[in-house]
Design a protein around this ligand. Structure first.
Ligand code: PLP
Length: 427
């Protein structure tokens, strides 16, 4: 059979780009082996948990109304708890996002007069409003008399001396963000998370250590509760949803803390016991089953993008051969036009909405304009190939996701072709 068109012809790629693609793929082979190794380990972890919880067809049925006695929902909670190493979990489609799950932890645990200490500098943009350190959204934690302090990172690294001086009697909860977020720093490794927790607990054993685990799931063999975190939270339209969960968030941690977060999500007294699942259990379970694989695909795409942009002379973080603890690839652009061209290129490379042109806009919860490329099957899903960038100097673009790394490879190539045609890159 004749192949009617080559990939180059389909994507209309210049031959210099095709050459660059081949070079890049050669350079990243070793990283792929490392990624495959972690993927296999995590797949075994998930498989074992599902078998131990005796997942079965009956778990997919779901409930309506109050959702009492939903066996599937309860199995999902226990599977997350096993895989992430917590005593209990709360995995719910009633969480509208990762921010919501993180907020339920904070609202459930903290009481008037308590103080939160962030030890990874400023938290993720949306959490600034939750904590009341930016804006005056009604219901923020400041209105409830909950204080906030932070220890800034020192050149992108955890400032242990700073933490030691800030752990005073008033601190109730130490907060750390594993992922880069909209920042230029390495994600926290599990070793680093463990060191922070040991430092904190070495001073005051009773301080609660919470980790914003968004984008970090399945990057390493362990998760934060397995190195001492008391509670973690994340989004199901990122890593652990495996691209199949259509909405939702999760919390894993100490039983008593998960119970408190559940009371904040539903109501005191109701806690974990209700919450209809309306047939979503199958996609939560199947998505979680696929998650180690999907995360490895996203990671391969990130490594590829890192290397190819680096060869083209851009600053990237992390570099292709550096360890990773989240799926985000940061690329520094020189101008706003380059940044916008990059995001538009990624949009063009998507399977959904490839024909729309993203523009910078004032996204709710963010303090500045953001441009987002998200041609996803699930709105805003960033385990699917996506790119976003705050429109502020320095012009960092963040690339993440890719259900298959082939999609990222093709998307990045199409992006580079476009950027070349617009004169933003020279090969
Ligand atoms: C995505 C993310 C969140 C939560 O964002 P949502 O869009 O509300 O899901 C929080 N922290 C970090 C580091 C994130 O990446």
């Amino acid at each position: 059979m004749e192949v009617s068109a080559t990939i180059e012809e389909m994507l209309k790629l210049d031959k210099e780009l095709v050459h660059l693609d081949r070079l890049t793929v050669k350079d990243i082979k070793e990283q792929f082996e490392r990624i495959d190794h972690i993927r296999l380990f995590n797949q075994a972890k998930v498989l074992k948990a599902m078998q131990e919880e005796r997942v079965s067809d009956s778990h997919f049925a779901g409930t309506t109304g109050y959702g009492y006695g939903d066996a599937g929902r309860e199995a999902i909670d226990r599977i997350y708890a096993r895989v992430f190493g917590g005593e209990d979990a709360l995995v719910r489609m009633q969480f509208v996002s990762g921010t919501h799950a993180l907020t339920a932890c904070l609202k459930g645990i903290l009481r008037p007069g308590d103080m939160v200490l962030s030890v990874t500098g400023k938290p993720y943009d949306t959490l600034e409003e939750v904590l009341g350190i930016r804006g005056s959204a009604p219901g923020n934690l400041r209105e409830f008399g909950i204080g906030y302090r932070q220890v800034d990172l020192l050149n992108g690294r955890v400032n242990y001396d700073g933490i030691k001086t800030e752990i005073t009697q008033d601190i109730r909860l130490v907060f750390m963000q594993r992922s880069t977020g909209y920042d230029w720093r390495p994600a926290l490794s599990l070793d680093e998370i463990e060191n922070i927790i040991k430092t904190v607990k070495g001073i005051r054993k009773d301080v609660i250590c919470m980790v914003d685990n968004c984008y970090g799931e399945f990057l390493e063999k362990l998760e934060p509760p397995q190195v001492g975190a008391d509670i973690i939270a994340g989004s199901l339209i990122k890593n652990p949803g495996g691209g199949l969960a259509p909405t939702g968030g999760y919390i894993v941690g100490k039983k008593e803390l998960v119970e408190k977060a559940a009371a904040a999500l539903t109501a005191p007294g109701l806690g974990k016991k209700c919450g209809a699942t309306l047939g979503i259990n199958r996609s939560f379970l199947q998505g979680f089953f696929l998650a180690p694989h999907v995360v490895s695909e996203a990671l391969k795409g990130a490594v590829y993008a890192s290397r190819i942009f680096e060869i083209l002379g851009f600053r990237v973080s992390p570099r292709y051969n550096q360890d990773r603890s989240d799926i985000i690839q940061s690329i520094e652009f020189q101008t706003e036009e380059q940044l916008i061209s990059f995001c538009r290129g990624i949009q063009k490379g998507a399977p959904v909405d490839s024909f729309v042109t993203p523009y910078p806009w004032d996204m709710p919860g963010y303090g500045h304009q953001v441009i987002m490329a998200a041609g996803a099957f699930i709105q805003g899903s960033s385990i699917e190939l996506s790119a976003d960038a705050p429109l502020r100097k320095p012009y960092y673009g963040y690339l993440q996701g890719g259900l298959t790394w082939d999609n990222t490879r093709l998307g990045v190539l199409a992006t580079l072709q476009g950027m070349r045609e617009e004169g933003h890159i020279h090969i």
